[in-house]
Design a protein around this ligand. Sequence first.
Ligand SMILES: [Mg+2]
Length: 230
Amino acid sequence: MGARAEVESLAELLAGTRGVLLDFDGPVCPLLEDGRDAALADRLRQTIQLPSRQASTDDPLAILTFAYEQGSATEVEDALIAGELVAAGVARATPGGHETIVACAEATTPVVIVSNNSQASVEAYLARHGLGELVHGVVGRAYARPDLMKPNPTPIRQALAMLGIAPEACVLVGDSVTDMTVSLLTNVHPIGYSRRASRRAELIEAGAAMVLDDMRTFADSVRRKATGNQ
Ligand SMILES: [Mg+2]
């Protein structure tokens, strides 16, 4: 899709949008990039014996899921929350991520962050950047229940209940295939975001209504809608 067509179709989608569900790790900030995911996975490995197929995973959430399947995720969950909080103190913003939250607040379009990361880490990050008051709510990972992470529809339904807005009038902006899958499950319009072409193709394949390569495009469109200047 060319840049102009992308802006036009985003404006069309936003014309019917009254609430925004926003994934956190990706569209707002890359919480666990720069090797932080691998470092955290290493820390979690100290709390649980992993089978060989997962012995070298860099994905902390995969370790949490394994612990849950073994019967108890609390020790891994506690270590994961602690590591995510540290990451929230150093992670840098995604270009356009903060602008998106500010633009939605100025447009009085409520935002609920829906994340597979811990609520505490999302709230700590938002507070560090003075954004906490600008979001309507945060739905984070249910404690020691990784089975309820997206693409399970539970967190999206919680967010929709917070908003009190019909799913058809909401978009979800996310950078994972699971974000697209759960949007389709819950009748929310899926908008993909990724700077990587390979991921963008996966998001389209997973049903994204459109895929952005820059969150500033989304923030700009929200501002244009608010000022009636599309
Ligand atoms: Mg994400």
